[in-house]
Design a protein around this ligand. Structure first.
Ligand code: UDP
Ligand code: MG
Length: 320
């Protein structure tokens, strides 16, 4: 009776009420034309605007639009996690809600996956001219750094627009990761992959949900989840400071033997400051990793689904 569910389109959304109508208008024809059986899993990441209501209204006219609402804002990657867990399709593609990733590219991804027999197809931004110069520069640094840290072949400028086979999704679902960074996690699994290039478009409406603070947090999550290199850097800092101290001690000895009195406290003071600074830094770094271990041990869910229109047991409307 029902056609098999071939494709799930996961769309994380945070305060995207303004972008949804444009998204639906562009995504739906593409899917209707090309995918046999599909569902769109719209994950409302605890928005405080009318995102959920707008989605439900659209859902009345579009049967395949499944609305999932997380109880609170959990972040882009956590919303993606929720989407990956709930998606039921044979293939799962994740796409931004703001139409920066062109929906038409999904068709190319499916074709490439079929033709080349791969499990992962990355959407690679071949042109980021619509992004700010700052975002482009920081992205460059980010991808270069991550390639070194992760070791695996992380495709540069492949964001979270990608197609995954059911097999990959199942592997991802089985990982105990607390703060998953999918653009690194997926390449590290080593599945056969291909790339599809696309032009990053302008955000259709609303504003970016990635201010500087979140970008920094994301970069730190990326580094810490794949490498203990920062801890090693801390060791080097410590060793360097220790050597510096030895040199200063030698200097002090020479001065003492020569009978000159050290006139000021400056050098002493600086040495103490430097050392305690380095110690605090190293402690903080250690704490970051311990915190991650703690979070993993606690094993709390990364997201809380408050409502899922795909579950028949839920009321058809949002609880007030
Ligand atoms: N997003 C989310 N939760 C958040 C922040 C962002 O689900 O806490 C979604 C957002 O709605 C969008 C996608 O993640 O669909 C990418 O965010 P955005 O377009 O703001 O990032 P940018 O393209 O500026 O890097
Ligand atoms: Mg965007």
């Amino acid at each position: 009776m029902d056609t098999p569910l071939t494709l799930s389109v996961v769309v994380p959304m945070f305060n995207e009420e303004a972008a949804i109508p444009a998204l639906v208008a562009r995504l739906r024809p593409v899917l209707d034309r090309h995918a046999v059986g599909y569902e769109v899993v719209a994950v409302d990441d605890g928005s405080v605007d009318r995102t959920a209501q707008v989605l439900l209204e659209e859902g009345r006219r579009w049967r395949q639009l499944r609305v999932v609402r997380l109880r609170r804002n959990s972040g882009h990657q956590a919303a993606l996690t929720a989407g990956l867990h709930l998606a039921r399709g044979e293939w799962v593609v994740s796409i931004d809600a703001d139409l920066q990733d062109p929906p038409e590219t999904i068709v190319d991804m499916l074709r490439v996956a079929r033709e080349r027999g791969v499990d992962v197809v990355y959407g690679v931004r071949s042109d980021r001219s619509t992004d700010t110069a700052f975002k482009r520069r920081t992205a460059d640094v980010y991808y270069r750094l991550m390639r070194r840290l992760v070791g695996a072949d992380v495709p540069a400028h492949a964001g979270d627009f990608r197609l995954l086979s059911r097999e990959v999704v199942e592997v991802l679902r089985g990982l105990p990761e607390r703060a998953p960074v999918y653009r690194l996690l997926v390449p590290s699994l080593g599945f056969a992959s291909a790339e599809v290039h696309y032009v990053r478009e302008q955000r259709v409406a609303g504003r970016t949900k990635y201010p500087l603070g979140r970008m920094v947090a994301f970069a730190w999550d990326s580094a810490a989840s794949f490498s203990a290199a920062p801890l090693r850097i801390a060791t080097w800092f410590g060793a360097l400071a220790f050597l510096g101290c030895l040199a200063l001690m030698g200097l002090g000895l020479v001065v003492y033997v020569n009978g000159t009195v050290i006139p000021g406290w400056t050098s002493l003071f600086l040495a103490v400051l430097l050392l305690s600074g380095v110690q605090l830094l190293c402690l903080g770094l250690l704490g970051e990793y311990v915190g991650r271990i703690y979070a993993t041990v606690q094993d709390r869910p990364t997201f809380h689904v408050g409502f899922d229109s795909g579950e028949q047991t839920y009321p058809a409307d949002l609880p007030a």
